[in-house]
Design a protein around this ligand. Sequence first.
Ligand code: P6P
Length: 333
Amino acid sequence: MKRISLTQYLVEEQRLHNTIPAELRLLIEVVARSCKTISHSVGKGALGDVLGALETENVQGEVQKKLDVISNEILLEANEWGGHLAAMASEEMETIHPIPNRYPMGEYLLVFDPLDGSSNIDVNVSIGTIFSVLKAPEGMVTPSEQDFLQPGAQQVAAGYAVYGPQTQLVLTTGHGVNCFTLDREMGSWVLTQRGMQIPPTTKEFAINMSNSRHWHAPVQRYVNELLAGDTGPRAKNFNMRWIASMVADVHRILNRGGIFMYPADMRDTSMPGKLRLMYEANPMAFIVEQAGGAATDGKQRIMDIQPHKLHQRVPVFLGSRDEVAVVTGYHAE
Ligand code: P6P
């Protein structure tokens, strides 16, 4: 495949589909540049004095890692001055971050998890940045949290960067899913996979098995059938992977199929699963659906959910559509 840069890809997409207005193209390029900077910090590890935890906690009550805060600040600073955004929101911040008055305000809202998989940072396992782009509501003057609370189906773009052996950027603007690999020598994102497709069936599942005694019945039934392998009702054996970094698990599924699950469980009915709707489940659901996969909360399409809170959590079942249909079907019974 001819190697083209992210910029050339976006210009060609604009020409082909006329769906990436200049402001959105600028936004995507600014976020991509931020991910390059984050990759550089992440890659330094102990050499950059960026490892370890701070004394602070984020809105989730989770201890913040230095790199969480550094990554969040990189994304805030890079996106404030461009004039393409009205406001930002982040896993690391309690409330929304309006664009400072000294800068022009744009028509997009950016919401992100600046560094997902924090538990893996200090042990050198792949982590990533997840982002989602929404349009600011017509006539909005002063951005509020309410303006962000749009179903995932309203997203105009979504993507993630995975900081692993390679640094890669996966992006959709609603016309398929493409992957760019960072050329560190040139400092540019190079298109390396076009039109990614998730196989509809799979033999690989991803879930944190240590929670199994807490799962509700449909998940118990589904996973037990996978474990029964060719001696059970599925009549085939399954493999398991759990990297405990959503970006890395989703990236594997995007490349070779699989089903990723983070279900609600009986421990805390007020906390439906661990993953957040606005900046983890929705962007990943957009990408997965654009690659021919499916993403539900066990009962409904994740992208149909009407959000009520910026940091609300949601159960997640996503990946190969035939498997997502089986486990979703068990919830319906
Ligand atoms: P557990 C990382 O902290 C994260 O938010 C996701 O990236 C990942 O899939 C999940 O939590 C891992 O959760 O309970 O297995 O540590």
